[in-house]
Design a protein around this ligand. Structure first.
Ligand code: VG1
Ligand code: CO
Length: 580
């Protein structure tokens, strides 16, 4: 093949957000748009990460992925990359990409040093919906801010990119190696099975034998909804082939370019079919729900865990996994190195860390901040309120891992009980946890697609307000006299304990005397307008009061949050788009 230099001019707004660059397909499909971003990424990396390197390129299979993969292959070849690895049909979940970077050895002994992951995660897909791209590093984790800032700077000044225009399209539907020869030598594209490296890793972490036993118990029943995302490519292999679950326990497990027209976001609003099957919400199916249900997002890094007629908040989920990991999961049998959560995630994990005397970290939103801690051996289990849970087995959150973790806990709690009267259920485990550690009532209000200017004004107002506690408390008292005092408010700032880098403006926090918290931040993953997220949390230690309905328990605090932020005044919205 030959290398062409193509002239180009910068596009506005190619700044990677919380998790890469996400835009409408129509934006990505413009001539040069994807090319500029990919070249800007190559230019942001050190030379040895490009020249002669091995890169992974794949994603959740959403619309435009196939075109994007061919473009990136041609640009990689032109930039001197030695090998590109592609999951069969271009499919690799985000956690599987992380695993492939860390674990896989190529047919010729090569190891990968980075990846382009093609996904917009939980955002809808299709010609009129979203596409996304992000770069992951040698450790298998998202590029740190130092790199994403550089990429953004490069996108603002780019004048040309390199591409092997006459390189033929590679057939990515069949595993195998295709070799080409270019001006600098050989270039290979290796297509491989999307699941095998990831499945092997899961088998090395969990006791599949005991999970298999649980799943085969007549008293246990299981259901998994991939929402037509890439998790489907793993669910069949792991849950059915390895663990013996019934094929009929899998919902929407055929990956689709448009996620069947749905919103591949595993929460009570969007995972409608699963929610109904689990006996939650209004659309009860009338049948006896399964004991356990779970869902994933488009790229399979998120998870929602449900019991029969019971929802586990993600903040509780990570705390419960941390509390049980050493007993229930062989990978952790030597103990946990530490635990971490993102700032808006509830403090349920903090309480576990204190009880178990574990190192604890609070980081800004987004998985990239956990990676440094893990690389330094300071953190084993971590999570976010946004349905993200994971561990140091890779450097991304991991949806299927979380399900296997819960199945392991259930298997452990029931190990002598599989023929007994009644199984210990998901709900039992959560209620037991609350009884021991107290309960963090928690909810998140999302105001999606708000006018960007209005959202900025609201945030600026809150930043200003935050500096005067007396003013804040006057407002709080005026709304509800039965709410405790705000004792601290700030804009969250994080200093990475490993490399000392500082991340500012990570959300505004109002901390109350009784441990309650209100957090406001702007989303960094949307593709249109702005999304305001309001996180509301209240701690209840008294075990006689941990069984309330959470929306009801939090109503007074919600009231305070909405008035404090003048939400309706700024946004014109009387209600959030989504409540989780
Ligand atoms: C959201 C979540 C955040 C998560 C991020 C990426 O970001 O709040 O916790 O890490 O999505 O998840 P934001 O900036 O919109 O609040 V995924 O599954 O979209 O890669
Ligand atoms: Co995701």
């Amino acid at each position: 093949f030959a290398v062409s230099k193509v002239e180009s001019t910068p596009f506005d707004g190619q700044k990677p957000g919380t998790s890469g660059l996400r835009k409408k397909v129509k934006v990505f499909a413009q001539p040069h748009y994807l090319h500029n971003f990919v070249q800007s990424t190559f230019n942001a990396l050190s030379a040895e990460k490009v020249t002669g390197a091995t890169l992974v390129v794949s994603g959740d299979g959403r619309y435009f992925s196939k075109d994007a993969i061919q473009i990136i292959i041609k640009m990689a070849a032109a930039n001197g990359v030695r090998r590109v690895w592609v999951g069969q049909n271009g499919l690799l979940s985000t956690p599987a990409v992380s695993a492939v970077i860390r674990e896989r050895t190529g047919h010729d002994g090569a190891k990968a040093t980075g990846a382009f992951i093609l996904t917009a995660s939980h955002n809808p897909g299709g010609p009129n919906e979203d596409f996304g791209i992000k770069y992951n590093m040698e450790n298998g984790g998202p590029a740190p801010e130092s790199i994403t800032d550089k990429i953004y700077e490069n996108t603002k000044t780019i004048r040309e990119y390199l591409i092997a225009e006459n390189l033929p399209n590679v057939d990515i539907t069949v595993p195998g190696v295709t070799s080409f020869s270019g001006p600098e030598g050989q270039f290979d594209v290796e297509v491989f099975d999307s699941a095998s490296d990831y499945v092997a890793l899961m088998k090395s972490i969990f006791d599949f034998q005991s999970i298999r036993k649980l799943l085969s118990s007549p008293k246990f029943s299981f259901c998994y909804d991939a929402l037509h995302g890439v998790a489907g490519a793993y669910a069949k292999r792991i849950f059915v082939e390895e663990l013996g679950a019934q094929e009929s326990s899998l919902l929407n497990c055929t990956p689709k370019e448009d996620f069947g027209g749905g919103h591949p976001d595993p929460n009570l609003t969007y995972a409608k079919e699963l929610v109904a099957r689990m006996g939650l919400g209004k659309s009860n199916t009338g049948e006896e729900p399964p004991e356990f249900g779970a869902a994933a997002d488009g790229d399979a890094d998120r998870n929602m865990i449900l019991g029969k007629r019971f929802f586990v908040t993600p903040s509780d989920s990570v705390a419960i996994i941390a509390a049980n990991a050493v007993d229930a999961i062989p990978y952790f049998s030597g103990g946990l190195k530490g635990v971490a959560r993102s700032m808006p995630t509830s403090a349920a994990l903090d309480v576990v860390a204190k009880h178990l005397n574990l190192k604890f970290f609070e980081v800004p939103t987004g998985w990239k901040f956990f990676g440094n801690l893990m690389d330094a051996g300071m953190c084993s289990v971590c999570g976010e309120e946004s349905f993200g849970t994971g561990s140091d087995h890779i450097r991304e959150k991991d949806g299927i891992w979380a399900v296997l973790a819960w199945l392991s806990i259930l298997a452990y709690k029931n190990k002598d009980n599989l023929n007994g009267e009644k199984l210990v259920t998901v709900e039992d485990i959560v209620r037991q946890h609350w009884a021991t550690y107290g309960r963090h009532y928690y909810t998140r209000y999302d105001y999606e697609n708000v006018d960007a200017g209005a959202a900025k004004e609201l945030m600026a107002y809150l930043v200003k307000l935050q500096s005067s506690l007396s003013e804040v408390n006057d407002i709080v008292k005026g709304v509800r006299s039965d709410i405790s005092k705000v004792v601290h408010a700030d804009e969250f700032e994080y200093k990475d304990p490993v490399d000392g880098s500082v991340s500012k403006h990570q959300g505004i926090r109002y901390l109350f005397e009784d441990g309650s918290r209100l957090v406001f931040r702007l989303s960094g993953t949307g593709s249109e307008g702005a999304t305001i997220r309001l996180y509301i949390e209240q701690y209840e230690k008294d075990s006689s009061k941990t069984g309330r309905d959470s929306q009801e328990a939090l109503a007074p605090l919600v009231d305070v949050a909405l008035k404090l932020s003048k939400m309706q005044e700024f946004t014109g919205r009387s209600a959030p788009t989504v409540i989780t």
